[in-house]
Ligand binder design. Structure first.
Ligand code: SF4
Length: 211
């Protein structure tokens, strides 16, 4: 079979994923913007299901940035422990809450560089925050996205920054937010880390299968 261009591959990938997962969306609960941002912080190396459960308890006790900023590290750590990486996530939640209650004047910045000043917030979470809260075009490259994009042949890299750039080159800007969610759906349903189900996968007709 002749090799197809990455642009063509992206077009086919988009069409197949949209058809397979028409209701694709972020799987973190989104009630208030600051809560979504904090769930993003808690999601590092943790399932979205666990984050949604744990954050429910956190927000019952500390419903907004002011109350979180006033809470002690120990109080926050005791609640978010099930999400793992407790010390670094506690520091990150506190730093985020302090900035939101203080220098940001209650409004989350629609600015990736400003968000990345928060302890523990990297490009992935900053992209998630601006994308989900403001609809700012941004690609969230998580472990699923990184894996499936390399297997399909959209990128040759496993470096999230390079994967993000490769995706941005071949998908139109208005698809950047959705392609992150669709990659997660694909990774969970078919393109699993250990045993990809290529036989049933909706991308099997054109995927590069770089496994
Ligand atoms: S065909 Fe296989 S390798 Fe390609 S995306 Fe589907 S499950 Fe993954």
């Amino acid at each position: 079979m002749a090799r197809i261009s990455r642009s063509k591959l992206a077009e086919q990938t988009w069409n197949a994923l949209k058809q397979a997962f028409p209701d694709s969306a972020c799987s973190l609960d989104f009630d208030l913007p600051e809560r979504l941002a904090i769930r993003g912080i808690l999601s590092a190396q943790c399932t979205d299901k666990r984050v949604n459960l744990t954050s429910k308890e956190l927000f019952e006790k500390y419903p907004d940035a002011n109350s979180l900023a006033d809470a002690s590290d120990e109080e926050i750590a005791a609640i978010i422990k099930p999400c793992g990486l407790t010390a670094s996530k506690t520091a990150s939640v506190k730093d985020f809450a302090n900035r939101l209650a203080g220098e940001w004047g209650g409004k989350i910045p629609n600015d990736i560089d400003e968000l990345m000043k928060v302890r523990g917030i990297g490009r992935k979470i900053a992209n998630l925050i601006v994308g989900e809260i403001y609809g700012t075009p941004a690609v969230v490259v998580d472990t699923h996205c990184k894996r499936v994009m390399k297997r399909i042949g959209i990128t040759d890299s496993e470096d999230p920054a390079k994967v993000e750039k490769d995706i941005m080159k071949v998908f139109d800007e208005d698809k950047w937010i959705a392609i992150g969610h669709l990659s997660v759906d694909l990774g969970r349903a078919y393109c699993k880390a250990q045993s990809p189900d290529c036989g049933s996968c909706p991308l099997s007709g054109f995927c590069g299968r770089k496994i």
